[in-house]
Design a protein around this ligand. Structure first.
Ligand SMILES: [Zn+2]
Length: 190
């Protein structure tokens, strides 16, 4: 019985042959196993339990001020081409008694990023997870990312950055809150 990674490696070997390569040449001999291991890691978020990850990360703290975490690195794979998109995620939220540990917030971003994704969906999944797990009064998430499927295939799109945002609760209802968020993350309105 082959393991899952061995089966994926077999498919990559076939893929290389279909692309006109010789999978047995020296440089490619271990490539199928490497690709299988890389893809398995890059999609591991799908197999991570969000409840488990979030539970250990929440602390009681009486504050009603906006919490901002800027410039969380994001690396994901677009589901249309299975090519990377990457950039920065900015998160703001107004707690109601519970806050996140900062490193766990970054790990939550990784968990949602490590799967076949759309930037829009990634942005929303992060904002919803924050809203629901700490019952926040409001959440704003903005992701600025560059997509290799555009940059490597397109012409003169090398510097294009896609910006997505998701606002919930008070961030959606109050323009002042939204503006405070945008000012604190140092961005112009999208
Ligand atoms: Zn794509």
């Amino acid at each position: 019985m082959h393991t899952k990674n061995e089966r994926i490696a077999g498919l990559v070997r076939q893929l290389l042959a279909e692309l006109g390569e010789d999978p047995s040449r020296e440089g490619l001999q271990k490539t199928p196993e490497r690709v299988a291991a890389a893809l398995s890691f890059l999609t591991s978020g799908e197999r991570t339990d969000p409840i488990k990850l979030i539970n250990g990360a929440v602390f009681t703290q009486e504050t009603n001020s906006m919490v901002i975490v800027k410039n969380i690195e994001v690396y994901s794979l677009c589901e249309h081409h299975m090519l990377p998109f990457f950039g920065r995620c900015h998160i703001g939220y107004i707690p109601s008694g519970r806050v996140f540990g900062v490193s766990k917030l970054a790990r939550m971003v990784d968990m949602y990023a490590r799967r076949l994704q759309l930037q829009e969906r990634l942005t929303e999944q992060i904002s919803r997870a924050i809203m629901e797990s700490i019952d926040a009064k409001g959440v704003g998430v903005m992701i600025e990312a560059q997509h290799l499927c555009m940059m490597m295939r397109g012409v003169e799109k090398q510097n294009s950055v896609m910006i997505t945002s998701s606002v919930l609760g008070t961030f959606r209802e109050s323009q002042a809150t939204r503006e405070e968020f945008l000012a604190l993350i140092g961005s112009r309105a999208p």
